[in-house]
Design a protein around this ligand. Structure first.
Ligand code: MN
Length: 327
């Protein structure tokens, strides 16, 4: 099988100051990574993960799930190494959802709450399982799907790349059919747009994946755009795999609403291991919850500089006025 066509769209959304999502579109390999961490550490984590995949030809003789798992493990090593050597990057991590078209299959590798979907014959299936607090609560029957959708801690993930020396990645293969469309996306899409609406948009623009992913991002922004939004889509077609890889330009079209965005959402992405969920569960005053609430991007220095500039300009204006009056 080969990659017939593919497209990507990534957007800051309407509430965040920066886009900490990253993606890889180097057919036959595709991925999304949603970074987390204070200041700009989330961006660093997701970028490190993405660049590990882009330089991943040297994964040796490995193939299939072993290769994808090794790539995620290597990304984990690089992010963890940086986070333990650079105090500004301490505790950072990232989700990773990877898809590689290989032979008659698509290999999926996955950590975190980004997702892979398969659209086949008009139906959409979520291939990955969210490694998230909310999903754990859903599985144990403590939450209904409706409650899960609006849960204040829905950004809390139970596994991440780079937060521990080792990572437990899901890796599996899907038999590929001619015409299958795979979608990889960050939670900024799936928290804002229902699955049936995602399928509807993919179906409506099935002949133009570029329009499809842009429509998905637009829908997420219409739904509130509370988080960074990234969507990567590719279609599988009969034929030989593409050997040469080409990189798509990064889509950066900040709209005015994004630029005017004000406070960060109170809930930020954080990691709680599954075995600690009950201890941490829903306790607003828990240390992690407080740490998450404190995790504001360090844009204060920029604001201080702006304030000083304004004061300076005002002083100059007053001086000019005084000078004019005295003449
Ligand atoms: Mn996100």
């Amino acid at each position: 099988m080969a990659v017939g066509s593919y497209a990507v769209a990534s957007d800051t959304g309407r509430k965040r100051r920066r886009n900490e999502d990253n993606y890889v579109v180097t057919p036959p390999l595709f991925a999304v990574a949603d970074g987390m961490g204070g200041a700009q550490a989330g961006e660093v984590a997701s970028k490190l993960a993405a660049s590990t995949l882009e330089g991943g030809e040297d994964a040796g003789a490995l193939s299939g799930v072993e290769r994808v798992a090794a790539l995620i493990q290597e990304a984990n090593r690089r992010v963890y190494e940086r986070s333990t050597s650079d105090p500004a990057a301490s505790g950072m991590g990232t989700t990773m959802t990877v898809a590689v078209v290989e032979g008659m299959t698509v290999v999926i590798g996955h950590v975190g709450d980004s997702r892979a979907y398969l659209v086949r014959e008009g139906r959409m299936e979520q291939l990955t399982e969210d490694h998230s607090l909310v999903n754990e609560l859903l599985k144990s029957g403590k939450l209904s799907p409706e409650e899960a959708h609006v849960h204040p801690q829905r950004s809390v993930i139970t596994r991440a790349v780079g937060t521990d020396p080792d990572v437990d990645a899901d890796a599996f293969t899907i038999d590929a059919h001619d015409g299958d469309v795979f979608l990889l996306c960050s939670d900024g899409l799936t928290d804002m747009v229902e699955d049936e609406d995602i399928l509807d948009l993919l179906h409506r623009h099935r002949d133009d994946l570029d329009r499809a992913v842009k429509a998905l991002v637009a829908a997420a922004n219409r739904g509130g755009g509370e988080d960074n939004i990234t969507a990567v889509a590719f279609r599988v077609a009969p034929g030989e795999p593409v050997e040469e890889t080409r990189r798509l330009p990064v889509q950066t079209e900040p709209d005015e609403e994004t630029m005017e965005a004000v406070p960060e959402p109170a809930v930020d992405t954080m990691v709680i291991p599954p075995d600690r969920i009950d201890a941490e569960l829903l306790e607003a005053g828990s240390p992690e919850a407080r740490a998450a609430a404190r995790r504001e991007p360090a844009d204060t220095s920029a604001r201080v500089r702006l304030a000083l500039t304004m004061v300076g300009l005002l002083a100059v204006a007053i001086a000019l006025l005084a000078w004019g009056l005295l003449r």
